[in-house]
Ligand binder design. Structure first.
Ligand code: FAD
Ligand code: SF4
Length: 509
């Protein structure tokens, strides 16, 4: 009996046991589809990057002797939906059995389960063999208790023995977060990022011809992202060699002069499964073993925490809380996202840089996403649906399981505290502490009110004031209200009026 095995665009795991042996009666299928290009307005680099990586993967499987069918977006037979294309191959190629790897998105999981129920042929789902924890492991680990990243992180670290010795962390300490919050000194130059140089003109032309609505810019002849396992491994090697020694130090730093600092830029490679989180972490730990003098424990722990900790934790929350999670709006925020989120034309230097580089590279690092764009959206009371749509489209690595948990959860606190214990927000103070943005800004970081007062300063208090009923009892926030209450009454009114004025004219900021 012939078997059709489906491979989704983010299931490019060459080491999957499916590929251990070549079977002539197995047909692997990959489809470029409008259902995937159109469910959000994606960055052009993201669409082109996914297609390039899928095409490389299909080519590699064919070279290894597997039978592969690939539908490009402009193929005349392409039905542009999963069901349509699967039915096409099932009828055309005499398929008697359907197999797929469990999708990471709720939407696709539902679609495939539904397809299998309706299909007359036998079907079976397989694990993707990528993640370090099971789909529902976080839900079962915490049960009715509140979710806490730190406990889950330690649980996974113990299981894989990462930075562990006889069941304890190698240095006796689990967490080095406090050491990892440095501003980049003026004049400090991080390593020049390793970028690739692909000519993707043919793919970009096809996307344009098919009228796919995209955002952002691309240099089609010089595409910079890794689109194969080999390149992903090269990027990993570059990271551990050049960036890991200072990763922890500067993981929260921001600079208007550099776009990737000491970050790994491995999220696209990992999210498409070209490389696995375990091999990334093991390679980094191996490098630390080799260069203990240069790579301190704080650097390696800071990195391992992102992958074993945050990445696995977010995936666990997604599967524990979807689909309800996608509707949560704890603060009842309703505003539209300002137009300048789509073009970067704002006088606020921090936002202009973070949005500008996102449009240019389809990338911003974590603190830019959390404390610049996310922070502004939260303080300004933007509807979480609007915020999600922006984040889901703009980044190379944006796939719903990791986008929505970070955006609606961690950044917008729309989940009311499932992901984190308090909202991540700040005034200009934090921005100035961690970046060099404020120095060149039209606005004055020190002013709360009056001409050119930094919008973050009044919006910050406006946010706390308008959500007092929801936040005051949070033990991690109570102090904010005591500070607010101690301020002169007239000052408080002026701050709130200033914030209202900014919110009324948000498009002009
Ligand atoms: P590094 O800083 O070098 O970190 C190494 C790796 O750790 C990353 O590649 C990533 O796999 C993992 N990691 C770090 N932080 C997180 C986190 N909070 N959640 C999950 N994994 C993490 N990440 C995505 O992969 N896709 C998204 O769509 C996405 N959306 C985000 C939206 C918001 C509002 C925020 C605050 C964060 C988002 N993140 C997302 C998490 C994080 O910003 C990116 O993973 C990271 O910036 C990717 O760049 P990097 O590979 O250089 O990361
Ligand atoms: Fe951003 Fe305010 Fe600093 Fe300008 S002054 S860069 S708006 S925080």
């Amino acid at each position: 009996m012939k078997t059709l095995r489906l491979l989704l665009g983010d299931q490019l795991n060459t080491n999957h046991t499916w590929f251990n042996e070549v079977h002539d009666d197995v047909l692997y299928c990959l489809f470029e589809m409008r259902q995937e290009t159109d469910y959000a307005a994606h960055h052009i680099q993201k669409v082109a990057g996914f297609f390039a990586a899928m095409r490389n993967f299909a080519g590699e499987l064919s070279e290894r002797g597997h039978r592969v069918a690939y539908l490009t977006l402009d193929h005349p037979d392409n039905a542009q939906t999963l069901e349509g294309n699967l039915n096409l191959f099932i009828s055309k190629s005499g398929i008697g059995r359907f197999e797929y790897q469990l999708p990471d998105e709720w939407r696709l999981d539902l679609q495939l389960r539904d397809f299998c129920e309706k299909s007359p042929i036998e079907s079976q789902a397989f694990d993707t063999e990528h993640f370090m924890a099971g789909r529902y492991e976080l839900r079962d680990f915490f049960g009715e208790k509140n979710y806490l990243m730190e406990s889950f992180y330690r649980h996974i670290r113990r299981r894989y023995g990462i930075l562990m010795e006889e069941g304890r962390p190698v240095t006796g300490q689990w967490n080095y977060d406090v050491e990892n919050r440095k501003k980049m000194p003026k004049g400090h130059v991080p390593p020049q990022p390793l970028v690739f140089d692909h000519d993707l003109s043919h793919i970009v032309e096809m996307i344009e011809k098919q009228d796919v609505a995209t955002i952002g810019t691309i240099d089609p002849k010089h595409f910079i992202w890794p689109v194969s396992r080999r390149e992903s491994l090269d990027l990993l090697a570059f990271f551990v060699e050049n960036c890991l020694p200072r990763f922890g130090d500067f993981q929260d730093a921001m600079s208007p002069a550099f776009w990737s600092l000491y970050h790994a830029r491995l999220s696209f490679s990992m999210n498409t499964k070209m490389i696995s989180p375990l091999e990334v972490v093991q390679r980094a730990v191996q490098e630390r073993e080799r260069r203990k003098d240069e790579i301190t424990i704080a650097q390696i722990e800071g990195f391992v925490r992102q992958i074993i900790g945050w990445r696995e934790y977010m995936r666990g929350i997604y599967w524990a809380k979807m689909p309800e999670f996608a509707q949560l709006n704890f603060f009842g925020h309703e505003r539209k996202l300002p137009e300048w989120f789509w073009n970067g034309r704002t006088k606020m230097a921090c936002l202009r840089h973070a949005i500008g580089q996102s449009l240019h590279y389809a990338y911003a690092h974590h603190i830019q996403r959390l404390m610049v764009t996310g922070n502004f959206a939260l303080l300004a009371g933007i509807h979480p649906d609007e915020v999600d749509a922006w984040y889901l489209g703009i980044y190379m690595d944006a796939i719903e399981w990791v986008e929505i948990t970070n955006t609606r959860g961690m950044s917008q606190f729309a989940d009311g505290g499932i992901t984190g214990t308090k909202p991540y927000c700040s005034s200009a103070n934090y921005m100035d502490k961690m970046s060099h943005y404020c120095e060149g800004c039209f606005y004055d970081k020190k002013k709360r009110t009056g001409q050119r007062a930094c919008p973050f300063n009044s919006l910050y208090w406006h946010f706390y004031d308008r959500h007092r009923d929801k936040l005051e009892k949070n033990p991690r926030i109570g102090m904010m209200y005591r500070t607010w209450d101690k301020m002169d009454g007239e000052d408080r009114v002026t701050i709130l009026v200033q914030a209202e004025e900014y919110l009324k004219n948000v498009e002009l900021l």
